[in-house]
Design a binder for this molecule. Structure first.
Ligand code: SAM
Ligand code: DTB
Ligand code: SF4
Length: 316
């Protein structure tokens, strides 16, 4: 099959990428990667949960859903000074990007006031900013843009076909609407998904094709491997094979050549060798820090040692 060079990809075309012999897939991904990025650099991002737990949504994977008995204590929105102290520490530890997440279905207008102040403060430290706050109205997106927000993260999570088995409290269209508001406000879109939710290979291809065929592809594409949290509905899902995970990263790179592809949740349970293959496949960002939002992240010392062993550097 001839693969498209244009922006629109079908599920069948992405399935054909997955079906390529691994060396051919990796070669294609590296070739595309080198046309647009320094292949030896990764962007270091740090995550902070600014409002944890008690979320009314029923996302089957999430530790923060009130539908799940995960034992996670719900907290209020963090105060500005505490957030800025964490951002400063992240910068000191080598991060150039700071991502703040809140366990909301959608923020209230007064929440937006508080988050705008956080965005301004984090930017003033010289860090790129990203927030993920749930569904957003058009005016809320414009206010975040005015505060200087660089990226808004809102994931499609999985294929349109499998979505209903993962989340019932908001629709795929709700997510697409939020992405359109973010795009229209002039904020960069950070949108990806999770694998290892019990989806099929066809679902993975459909997710990637949907992302790549958005009116404009997201500038940032996080690929998460499910962190299986005890008490969540999907805690017993079969983990994805490491090489199949690499194939998803490669397909994201090939179909969205100019986007940052972020090796996001799930690194803690990946070998160094699997992570190295993800970098070869075109991943060029990692979350660095003791925690993701609520779960442990890969060890920070091991991250530094891995980048050293690979001769790779932090992108800035
Ligand atoms: N509440 C907001 C929302 O869902 O839009 C923002 C925070 S939410 C935790 C951000 C994203 O993290 C989710 O869309 C999902 O893709 C990812 N995520 C959450 N829990 C995860 C888990 N256990 N493993 C992997 N990814 C996860
Ligand atoms: C994304 O795609 N992955 C990050 C970020 N966007 C907000 C979140 C990962 C969360 C992993 C589970 C946890 O720590 O609660
Ligand atoms: Fe709530 Fe976000 Fe978790 Fe879904 S993923 S339950 S919306 S915090």
């Amino acid at each position: 099959m001839d693969f498209p060079t244009h922006q629109s990809w079908t599920q069948a075309e992405v399935e054909a990428l997955f079906a390529l012999p691994f060396p051919d897939l990796m070669f294609r991904a590296q070739t595309v990667h080198r046309e647009h990025f320094d292949p030896n650099a990764v962007q270091i991002a740090t995550l902070l949960s600014i409002k944890t737990g008690g979320c009314p949504e029923d996302c089957g994977y999430c530790s923060q859903s009130a539908h799940h008995p995960t034992g996670l204590a719900a907290s209020k929105l963090m105060p500005l000074d505490a957030v800025l102290a964490q951002a400063q520490a992240a910068k000191q530890a080598g991060a150039s990007r700071f991502c703040m997440g809140a366990a909301w279905r959608s923020p209230k207008d007064r929440d937006i006031d508080a988050v705008c102040a956080m965005v301004e403060g984090v930017r003033a430290l010289g860090l790129e900013t990203c927030v993920t706050l749930g569904m957003l109205e058009a005016e809320q997106a414009r206010r975040l843009k005015a505060a200087g927000l660089d990226y808004y993260n809102h994931n499609l999570d999985t294929s349109p076909e499998y979505y209903g088995s993962v989340i019932t409290t908001r629709t795929y269209q709700d997510r697409l609407d939020t992405l359109a508001h973010v795009r229209d406000a002039g904020i960069h879109v950070c949108c990806g998904g999770i694998v290892g939710l019990g989806e099929t290979v066809a679902d993975r291809a459909s997710l990637i094709a949907t992302l790549a065929s958005l009116p404009r592809p997201p500038e940032s594409v996080p690929i998460n491997a499910l962190v299986r949290v005890e008490g969540t509905r999907l805690a017993r899902s079969e983990p994805i094979d490491a090489l199949d995970f690499v194939r998803v990263v490669a397909a994201a790179r090939i179909t969205m050549p100019q986007s940052f592809v972020r090796l996001s949740a799930g690194r803690e349970s990946m070998t160094d060798e699997a992570q190295a293959l993800c970098f070869l496949a075109g991943a060029n960002s990692i979350f660095h820090g003791a925690k993701l939002l609520t779960t442990p992240n890969a060890d920070q010392g091991k991250d530094r040692a891995l980048l050293d062993r690979l001769g790779m550097a932090a992108w800035s």
